[in-house]
Design a protein around this ligand. Structure first.
Ligand SMILES: Nc1ncnc2c1ncn2[C@@H]1O[C@H](COP(=O)(O)OP(=O)(O)OP(=O)(O)O)[C@@H](O)[C@H]1O
Ligand SMILES: [Mg+2]
Length: 372
């Protein structure tokens, strides 16, 4: 998009508004995330959940509601931190691959995440005198290149080439998958983490692409894992699994929904008594959104050193309404408004810019596209 000052537009493309969507990463939104009241409520729920050995909760909201950014924020907030005397490990999965069964995809992603973020965790834990047989076996398989390939989902088959003297393992067998997850948790515990937060973003992939049967195998798998961990066991850290998904996912995942569909044999019935009430990421209030916008604009303005075009307050408020109170849409509209103002070379971003960019969208050009 042509602008009077390409360097300004170039910067905007990267940081304040346009860094939307996409995969969960630890630094996602690091510079620009703004907490609002919903995040306090979520933290409180998580704090309470960690009092129990295992809890599973869905974090849901519409596309662009901020699920991924919230997860990234939780990741930064908890990972390797000591809070109230407990040390936390975060294991995060950006999305469950759908090429295999979801439980296999989940295991592979967890192993990958641990090896990427904490490469020595499993090996060091396995060298402890009180490490379990299973932990030692898995550490040995991970030492082996082929074994590592299969366990991280890059192998051609599910079968790990057998190592002499060790039991055979296959990622097609639910019992083996569960064993490896327990090994990861045990390794965390040996390494001093007595709390593990597992973040699984974008659950809608497996739920929408796989049939009922596959999904119910997956939920049975989660249920079995839950049941193993439910009884307090000193071998394992307290574990909270937070699953991100869009609103339709919540309808399948919530106890309320399951209660309604149980007669029809809802596929997630297995999890009914085991999931916490789903947590909806509600939009910020009008006052909160003003803070979010000001915060993000301010951080940006500081870096711009004089080249910045300020927003009128009513222009921000209008953008929020026009976004349908959706954070992702909102920042995209702010971005487009700014680009338009820069293109015109004016010194304020106004409601007129808002109307023009959203009007273009309403006429069918899409919010993300440049006005003609
Ligand atoms: N707390 C926040 N502070 C500032 N900006 C935010 C915040 N939450 C979300 N945003 C903005 O909204 C955009 C969308 O957020 P995010 O990608 O987390 O949504 P999502 O719910 O994961 O959407 P999707 O369903 O498409 O994955 C972000 O790129 C960011 O610009
Ligand atoms: Mg997301």
């Amino acid at each position: 998009m042509p602008t009077t000052d390409p360097s300004v537009a170039g910067y905007f493309k990267e940081v304040p508004f346009a860094s939307r969507g996409g995969r969960l990463r630890k630094d996602k939104g690091k510079e620009d995330f703004v907490e609002y009241s919903i995040h306090d409520s979520l933290l409180e729920k998580i704090r309470i959940a960690f009092q129990r050995p295992i809890t599973i909760r869905l974090l849901y909201g519409n596309t662009g509601a901020g699920k991924t950014w919230t997860m990234a924020w939780l990741w930064r907030k908890f990972d390797e931190q000591v809070i109230d005397g407990h040390k936390y490990l975060v294991i995060a999965v950006p999305r469950l691959e759908t090429k295999h069964a979801p439980e296999r995809g989940m295991l592979e992603a967890l192993v990958q995440a641990v090896l990427n973020e904490h490469p020595k965790l499993i090996q060091q834990a396995a060298s402890k005198a009180n490490a379990s047989r299973e932990l030692k076996d898995i550490a040995a398989y991970l030492e082996d290149e082929d074994g590592r390939y299969v366990l991280t989902g890059r192998g051609a088959s599910a079968r790990i080439p057998r190592i002499e003297g060790l039991p055979p393992i296959s990622t097609n067998r639910a019992a083996d998958l569960q064993m490896v997850i327990l090994v990861i948790l045990e390794a965390a515990k040996h390494s001093g983490f007595d709390r593990v937060l597992i973040l699984l973003d974008e659950l809608e992939g497996p739920l929408s692409l796989h049939g009922r049967k596959t999904v119910s195998i997956f939920t049975d798998f989660l249920r079995d894992l839950y049941d193993v961990l439910e009884d307090e066991n000193k071998l394992y850290p307290h574990t909270h699994i937070l699953v991100g998904g869009t609103t339709p996912v919540a309808e399948q995942f919530s106890p309320e929904y399951l209660n309604r569909t149980i007669d029809q044999g809802g596929v997630l019935e297995a999890l009914l008594r085991r999931v916490e009430p789903a947590f909806r990421l509600t939009p910020p209030s009008d006052r909160e959104v003003k803070n979010i916008a000001e915060d993000r604009i301010e951080r940006h303005r500081i870096k711009q050193a004089g080249k910045f075009i300020p927003f009128n307050e009513d222009a921000i408020a209008l953008a929020w309404v026009k976004s349908g109170r959706n954070l992702g849409q909102f920042v995209q509209i702010l971005q487009n408004m700014y680009d338009l103002a820069a293109e015109e070379g004016v010194d304020r971003v106004t409601t007129a810019h808002c109307l023009r960019v959203t009007g273009a969208a309403e006429r069918g050009a899409g919010v993300g596209s440049a006005p003609a």
